[in-house]
Design a protein around this ligand. Structure first.
Ligand SMILES: NC(=O)c1ccc[n+]([C@@H]2O[C@H](COP(=O)([O-])OP(=O)(O)OC[C@H]3O[C@@H](n4cnc5c(N)ncnc54)[C@H](O)[C@@H]3O)[C@@H](O)[C@H]2O)c1
Length: 272
């Protein structure tokens, strides 16, 4: 894959202390970008920042104020924000039956969904008037049911819904919002038990670099509202969602295939 240059660009990466965040930080820095790494893991975040010639700014993504402050720090220090990678995430480990745990539920929703909403809001404010790229890390769990972790499936579907909804609403400002949806990958978030279970049925883990490649495709695609799925052994691509069947009129006839018209009319109206 040919690598585009990011000279002069400034990127902010949440969950940048390891895994996909660190991989994207390394790739962007190697191709000219200045990276600002955020995480709650300051020790490893500082290491990634040092290695990439960037900067570490602590940010707990569950905090609205932390997100605004981190982005303000980026803009104050570097004059701009061009790329935001909203990637911090946790697994849940609880279900909605007897194993439900309110605190773990709140934590998972807060990191995986609030964190992306708050980070997106902060990034859009900073990119207003000059444009930029925002990529959120969802998951295959945002594209399909995940009975082994239904709360994770819920918040990752939330990220997919947010990206599909906010994406088309901000292209007029030159802000392109997309998601990446990796399958199981070789990072710390995948437990030894999950690794053993996957191995027992012959499912390979993605390499971090596979996911970084998809991130690069997302930020260079010129598209918005897309969710790039990543599976071992396949080329990554934007997932093609099936359209919802269109409305019918009183006589049962097809009104049209104008679901898209309804969306753009309401979006236009909201903007005024
Ligand atoms: N590895 C996989 O199999 C896989 C698959 C699909 C999606 N994902 C998603 O990819 C993203 C990155 O995960 P990863 O696989 O690189 O694992 P990882 O555990 O290496 O990275 C997650 C990072 O998020 C940070 N983090 C957790 N809570 C935070 C908070 N409140 N504020 C700021 N940072 C916080 C962690 O400290 C960690 O550095 C997550 O959103 C995860 O859900 C992972």
């Amino acid at each position: 894959m040919s690598q585009p240059r990011f000279d002069g660009k400034v990127a902010w990466i949440t969950g940048g202390a390891g895994g996909f965040g660190a991989g994207v930080a390394r790739r962007l820095a190697a191709h000219g970008a200045t990276v600002v790494v955020s995480d709650i893991d300051s020790d490893n975040g500082e290491l990634v920042a040092k290695e990439t010639g960037g900067e570490f700014v602590p940010c707990d993504v569950t905090s609205y104020d932390d997100n605004l402050a981190a982005v303000q720090h980026v803009v104050d220090g570097h004059g701009r924000l061009d790329i935001a990678f909203l990637n911090a995430g946790v697994t849940t480990g609880v279900g909605v039956g007897d194993d439900f745990d309110l605190a773990l539920y709140r934590k998972a929703m807060s990191v995986n969904l609030d964190g992306v909403v708050f980070g997106m809001h902060a990034a859009i404010k900073a990119m207003s008037g000059r444009g930029g790229q925002i990529v959120a890390t969802a998951s295959l769990a945002g594209l399909t049911g995940t009975p082994f972790d239904p709360i994770y499936g819920t918040n990752k579907h939330g990220v997919v819904g947010l990206v599909r909804s906010a994406g088309p609403a901000h292209t007029g400002d030159g802000i392109f919002i997309n998601a990446i949806c990796p399958g199981f990958a070789d990072t710390n978030i995948v437990s030894p038990q999950a690794r053993a279970a996957l191995s027992s049925i012959g499912v390979p883990l993605l390499d971090v670099e596979d996911v970084v490649d998809a991130f690069i495709s997302a930020v260079t695609s010129g598209e918005a509202g897309q969710c790039w799925y990543i599976q071992p052994g396949r080329p990554h691509e934007a997932f093609r969602f099936r359209n919802v069947p269109g409305p019918r009129d009183d006589s049962g006839g097809s009104v049209s295939d104008r679901a898209g018209d309804v969306q753009s009319t309401l979006t236009e109206r909201r903007a005024h």
